[in-house]
Write a protein that binds this ligand. Structure first.
Ligand code: F6P
Length: 461
């Protein structure tokens, strides 16, 4: 192989440039040219195929900085429709004209779906990323546990449901233990919880902090490092009586409560609490909004103004119970060491996979107590259920304690290998050196997009 393409698709994460850097570093060693495609799959629909040569003379361009969040290539939520054969024909011709012999897609479950039709035209492999940590399998046979029934109210015409599992959960069986981006997102949410806590303590308030993750509760689970009092994950509907009792006990004891909720939390009927504003992105992912507010409404039904007055507080319940969304800060900024290191390894692995002749395959991270974290290649089809559908990974019941409303013992065992040495010395030093740099006051922000724009080339030029 002489030339390959690389693109970043779906929502960004802090570790995308690190993955690209890993791939480019490996390609440099093997004397392979890497063309970066601008704005994910969107670029392939453009007859001019805007792209950047990422390693002229087999050296990474200086803009490719693995310690910088986001993606220098840009990303979009556009996906390739397998039914649009004409469009696929055009994409194939464009990539051939550019001399692209293999493609690396950096993405999550939506990207994995999107790359399937392309894999029938040229070798395509995936390097995983998502802050949601939902690209993976709790164990290899998990896709076989889905059943499907007809449901005209669903966009796909079908409803999918999990059957009960007999599998003994084992951390070493997890396919793609953790996705690059997750660790940095947890750093941000943990910091938010720490900061919300002290203000809730001072003002005797109940804080509900909403974190991202769609229908997967991994981000909520990881916030345990910030010691919230209660963690609610989308996989398990909260028992409102138990929740009320726990909040009351904690409030009486410590005069403040911090609750974390995943944005996809559901009620006892499985309906999303925060789905009032509901839209679907092109990959079929539902955008969720308002979970914390909806939970607050439920608590306001149970904790009256009188309750807070009896606690010798002058404020109303509405003032005492407040919500905060951590929001997109979870997705942005400098990636911490864990993310940078494993993102780079996974990126490098995808280049080797293309060279080994793999197609429609995913570079995954495995964990074993003997070998620690290591990368492997995994067949993309093994992520699919029998109807070809890829399901977002959810928190396995063994990892969450619904009575304690926190990670179970096994949940803690899951988190520890990721986070024990996740922060590098340079991460702390970087903050010390740059946060209050005088230059920040004097100079405007310089966007990577301005530099990359100067490097963009087009097909036929
Ligand atoms: O999938 C990543 C993610 O950050 C989710 O956690 C969140 O629901 C969604 O993307 C937000 O998407 P957008 O940036 O398009 O609003």
């Amino acid at each position: 192989m002489k030339r390959i393409g690389i693109l970043t698709a779906g929502g960004d994460t802090p570790a995308l440039n690190a993955t690209i850097h890993g791939a480019v570093t490996r390609a440099n060693q093997l004397k392979i040219e890497v063309f970066g495609f601008i704005k994910g799959f969107n670029c392939l629909f453009n007859p001019r195929v805007p792209h950047v040569h990422l390693n002229p003379l087999y050296q990474a361009i200086p803009e490719l900085d693995p310690t910088k969040g986001g993606t220098l290539l840009g990303s979009s939520r556009d996906y390739v429709d397998p039914d649009k054969k004409d469009e696929l024909d055009l994409i194939e011709v464009r990539l051939k004209k550019l001399g692209i012999e293999g493609l690396i897609c950096i993405g999550g479950d939506g990207t994995l779906n999107g790359m399937q039709p392309l894999a029938e035209r040229l070798p395509v492999v995936l390097a995983p990323k998502t802050i949601d940590n939902d690209l993976g399998l709790n164990y290899p046979s998990e896709p076989d546990e889905w059943e499907r029934t007809k449901d005209p109210s669903e966009k796909s015409g079908h409803r999918y449901k999990r059957t009960a599992s007999n599998t003994v959960f084992d951390l070493e069986q997890i396919v793609n233990y953790v996705t690059p981006g997750y660790a940095t997102a947890i750093l941000v949410t943990v910091k938010s919880i720490e900061r919300v806590r002290t203000t809730a303590e001072s003002h005797r308030r109940i804080a509900i902090v909403e974190v991202m993750g769609r229908h997967s509760g991994y981000i909520a689970l990881g916030t345990a490092f910030g010691q919230p009092d209660i963690i609610l994950v989308p996989e398990r509907a909260p028992d409102l009586d138990l929740l009320t009792e726990r909040i009351g006990t904690l409030y009486e004891l410590q005069k403040n409560v911090v609750i974390v909720c995943g944005e996809g939390i559901v009620d006892e009927n499985g309906a999303e609490l925060g789905a009032q504003i509901k839209s679907t992105d092109p990959a079929g992912n539902v955008a969720l909004s308002g979970a914390a507010e909806a939970l607050r409404d439920k608590l306001l039904e149970r904790f009256s103004d009188k309750y807070f007055q009896l606690q010798r507080r002058s404020q109303t319940a509405r003032e005492a119970i407040f919500t905060r969304k951590v929001g997109h800060t979870q997705r942005g900024g400098r990636p911490i060491l864990f993310d940078r290191f494993y993102a780079a390894l996974l990126g490098a692995e995808t280049v080797d996979m293309l060279l080994e002749g793999r197609n429609n395959a995913v570079a995954i991270l495995r964990y074993s107590s003997v070998k620690g974290f290591h990368v492997e290649a995994y067949d993309a089809n093994r992520f699919r259920d029998r109807w070809g559908h890829i399901h977002a990974r959810t928190v396995h019941p063994a990892l969450y304690d619904p009575l304690g409303m926190k990670p179970s013992k096994l949940g803690c065992d899951y988190l520890l290998p990721i986070f024990t040495d996740a922060i590098g010395n340079d991460d702390a030093e970087y903050m010390r050196q740059t946060m209050f740099s005088p230059g920040n006051l004097a100079q405007p922000y310089h966007s990577i997009n301005t530099d990359i724009q100067k490097r963009i080339r087009y097909l036929g030029e």
